[in-house]
Design a protein. Structure first.
Length: 522
């Protein structure tokens, strides 16, 4: 097609040439060039503003505006950090044309430009120019178009013991402004010192065959998986069986996708992590980049790149070659094997000897005050608490969205059951819009549950503060596991605004299926 664009104008020119050799049959007697444009049809491609004030001009070569970042390893708040980067960095300035005389330029701190940088980078700390060796003047010799100077960090870093990102900004100004102008935004040099217990690396992540003894699994209840406002609850729910063919057990990502694992509010020494792919290794990640954060996800430091991974199993284990003291792990720029990426579970491990907090949602926090019992028949009349009027399902296995299970709480027995993959014993939380007093029993039914999938063992807890704290009401066993209905009876009427039914199991150990919860009060 590109060839056609080149050929057609030539053919047209040849044709015009032939026509011009002949006497025209049409004589132009009058020309009218007056024409009003339709404003709705006009498009003007306006180029970007010309950034140079005048020619000739000077600018910092290549990486303009230049950024020089020194990196040092944090020791403690009383000890100078250990410099881990080069202490001196060359900077080259370039003229757009040579002069017949030397041209000199001043390199000086610019407070206004630092303030502008600080406004866009709230965590930036001021860096005194006293710790830097910077020439006051740089000269481009006559007949030359460039000159190089060095910005050097002094050895004494005791002023930067605390972790942080320290910055300053230098300005490049011509001493003969009538001869040379500057390029807007291209005549500044940003210099920084990052002091952190995490150093940037491309090689601190590697694949290992198995999880080493001593690594401690971070409880799934402590991990939040997200990207922006999107949460990925399925891949941190504790369900690790990727061989199950079920769309509800994995999170799907396209090439270029990303997610963050928030593992702790305070930095914890992390040794590695495990990826469990869906159904076949070809649905795993062939490649990705790993970044970590020690400030709750406010900033991230690169730790490594996994590329062209050769996998033969659903489970792939990764280690930080040097464990990192962090709060978050970010996986980004994901690359698939060509079939999309399905992640069933992400497991994160703390280093051996690291204190690991308990799972916050493992057990209710208080002992039982009321007592719940299993009943195989209706324990007595009561007023149905219609869920569609004052209850909201706030946690549905592998969903979390009440709209995914509208019939689950419609107060009736219509519709098919909702299948909840065993997912390490699924959990349901019912949150009421107000306090409900004197709850007598809960009717559980599933007229259409397949054999073996009706709920058997489970626990039930209630809360009076919206789920902040829970009171265990019973650790129950369904005495008729093949029945399609039963009742959870409270010996003592319960007042609450939230109910949690959790650690559910089916009688054959597979998925749990429930059609309806109907709550009754006196």
């Amino acid at each position: 097609m590109k060839l056609n664009y080149l050929i057609l104008p030539a053919a047209a020119a040849a044709l015009l040439g032939l026509v011009s050799c002949e006497k025209p049959d049409i004589e132009i007697r009058e020309s009218n060039y007056a024409y009003t444009l339709d404003e709705s049809k006009i498009f003007v491609d306006i180029p970007e503003e010309y950034v140079y004030e005048n020619n000739p001009f000077v600018l910092v070569e290549e990486n303009a505006p230049s950024s020089i970042i020194f990196r040092a390893l944090y020791v403690d708040d009383e000890t100078a950090p250990e410099l881990k980067s080069e202490s001196a960095v060359p900077v080259t300035i370039r003229l757009t044309e040579a002069f017949d005389k030397d041209m000199s330029f001043t390199v000086a701190y610019n407070g206004a430009k630092y303030d502008a940088y600080k406004a866009d980078n709230k965590d930036a700390l001021p860096m005194s120019t006293d710790v830097l060796e910077v020439p006051e003047t740089v000269t481009v010799p006559a007949g030359e178009t460039s000159a190089t100077f060095t910005i050097k960090l002094k050895e004494d870093l005791s002023a930067f013991a605390a972790q942080g990102k320290y910055f300053t900004v230098f300005d490049l100004k011509p001493n003969d402004p009538n001869a040379v102008r500057t390029a807007k935004g291209f005549n500044q040099i940003l210099v920084g010192l990052v002091v952190s217990d995490i150093l940037e690396s491309d090689t601190n992540v590697s694949i290992i065959e198995s999880v080493p003894a001593g690594w401690q699994l971070i409880p799934f209840g402590n991990i939040t998986a997200y990207d922006g406002d999107t949460k990925f609850t399925v891949m941190v729910d504790g369900f690790e069986d990727g061989t199950v063919w079920d769309d509800n057990i994995y999170e799907y990502f396209r090439d270029g996708g990303a997610f963050t694992l928030h593992v702790s509010d305070e930095p914890i020494l992390i040794a590695g992590f495990t990826e469990i792919a869906f159904y076949h290794w070809m649905y795993g990640m062939m490649g990705f980049e790993v970044y970590v954060s020690n400030d709750g996800g406010k900033s991230f430091t690169k730790q490594g790149v996994i590329a062209d991974k050769e996998a033969s199993t659903l489970d792939v284990n990764y280690q930080f070659n040097e464990p990192v003291n962090i709060t978050d792990i970010r996986i980004q720029n994901m690359v698939s094997y060509g079939y999309g990426i399905g992640i069933v579970e992400m497991k994160v491990y703390a280093s051996d000897g690291q204190d690991v907090p308990d799972d916050p949602g493992t057990e209710p926090e208080e002992e039982a005050t009321g007592y719940a019992e299993y009943a195989s028949s209706n324990p007595g009349a009561g007023t149905s608490v219609k869920a569609n009027a004052n209850a909201t399902l706030i946690n549905y296995p592998n969903s979390g969205d009440v709209t995914d299970a509208p019939l689950f709480l419609d107060g009736g027995g219509n519709g098919t059951g909702y299948s909840m993959p065993k997912a390490n014993k699924p959990e349901i939380i019912l949150l009421f819009s107000e306090m409900v007093e004197k709850i007598k029993f809960i009717y559980v039914r599933n007229d259409n549950a397949p054999a073996g999938k009706f709920v058997t063992n489970f626990k039930i807890a209630t809360s009076e503060d919206g789920g902040d704290t829970w009171t265990l009401q019973g650790d129950l066993v369904n005495e008729l596991p093949n029945a399609n209905q039963f009742w959870i009876y409270f010996n003592t009427d319960v007042n609450c605004n939230a109910i949690k039914i959790y650690d559910m199991e089916s009688n054959d150990g597979s998925d749990v299926e429930i059609q309806e919860f109907d709550i009754h009060k006196n």
